[in-house]
Design a binder for this molecule. Sequence first.
Ligand SMILES: NC(=O)c1ccc[n+]([C@@H]2O[C@H](COP(=O)([O-])OP(=O)(O)OC[C@H]3O[C@@H](n4cnc5c(N)ncnc54)[C@H](O)[C@@H]3O)[C@@H](O)[C@H]2O)c1
Length: 364
Amino acid sequence: MLQKHFFLAHPTVFLKACYASKLELGGMDYSPQHLTPPPLCDIVPGDLQIDDCELHLQYSSVDRCAGKIEKKGATMDNYSKPIKNVTIVGAGFMGTLIGFHCAVKGYSVCLHDASTQALEKVMPSCAEKFDFLVANQAATANEKDNVIRQIRLARDIKRATLDTDLVIEAVPERLELKREVFAGLDQVCPAHTILATNSSSIPISRIEGATRRPDRVLNMHFYVPVRDNAVVELMRGTATSDHTIEQARQFVHSIGLIPILAQKESFGFVLNRIWRAVKKECLRVVDEGVASVEDVDQAWQAFLGTAYGPFFMMDVIGLDVVHDIEMSYYRESGDASDAPPKILLDKIAAGELGVKTGKGFYTY
Ligand SMILES: NC(=O)c1ccc[n+]([C@@H]2O[C@H](COP(=O)([O-])OP(=O)(O)OC[C@H]3O[C@@H](n4cnc5c(N)ncnc54)[C@H](O)[C@@H]3O)[C@@H](O)[C@H]2O)c1
């Protein structure tokens, strides 16, 4: 029989309960300040089949922790809360766009970055983004304070994740860095928190092992610009639960975007694989001297009736980011045709990274 008991209690009580019932502890921080009385919990499992169970617990603040006793190997599906608080880890280009959009949609958002300089740019950037919405009649000026108040910054990862329900990681596209960030998040986030990566190519299955919550991790890939009716790709890892996917899907809907679920693991997901093929070929066409940047963009715009061409899009994304993504595909395939071409390497060597540096394939 599956036994499930949910606790919200002082850690001392958990320890006593665990020692008394010889349960295995998971996710426990044993530091002395967490062991001081008074105990607050009055729930002690009476009907547990101890050999079949394990206890998962995690602090939700310095003097309270949450835990659950359940059958070994069972998923944590009913160990969840509605998503209210969102943390963004990596407050660069994408992190700020995603965080701002979530705040506009009413979520309480905390942005964390390893760089103080990056954090300093967030509020001015969000204010500017809001003014853009007002100028385009997508918001009114008197809503600005409310939206900006929803946004918090934190250098300290523990503070950034104290009450978080969903973390969206947006650090640079490097597997080892993402694994390191996920391992750290797993340590500090509440037990119910879902951890998502905005990676452009790396499947979550390569990151999930850095955590002890593989049922609550997934790929959640946003596109630029992050605005209503844009696509967000979702992809599960080897153990992502249906419940996690459903929560992620509902969250994406709730911020006005369209969730697309990859039906199986795929390096680069769905739309991103297609967009990557376009990018790769455009770069090659120019690198081989077949056509100019301007002509490729113009041809694309005329053919598909879009406002922007691929080279302008790459400038917006950032050519360093495009390079990291291309390298990711190259490492995966080992195929020389996947290596970033000279035209991209030259731009990066010259520090011409696109819109953010004032020059990329175009000048801004
Ligand atoms: N740029 C795009 O258009 C785009 C689109 C979709 C997905 N992505 C993906 O989003 C991710 C971020 O891309 P970006 O363009 O925002 O990059 P970016 O360089 O603008 O931002 C990354 C941020 O992460 C911070 N960071 C680095 N290490 C950190 C750590 N250990 N902890 C906390 N913060 C850390 C950096 O200081 C920087 O501010 C990448 O995985 C990228 O592939 C990018």
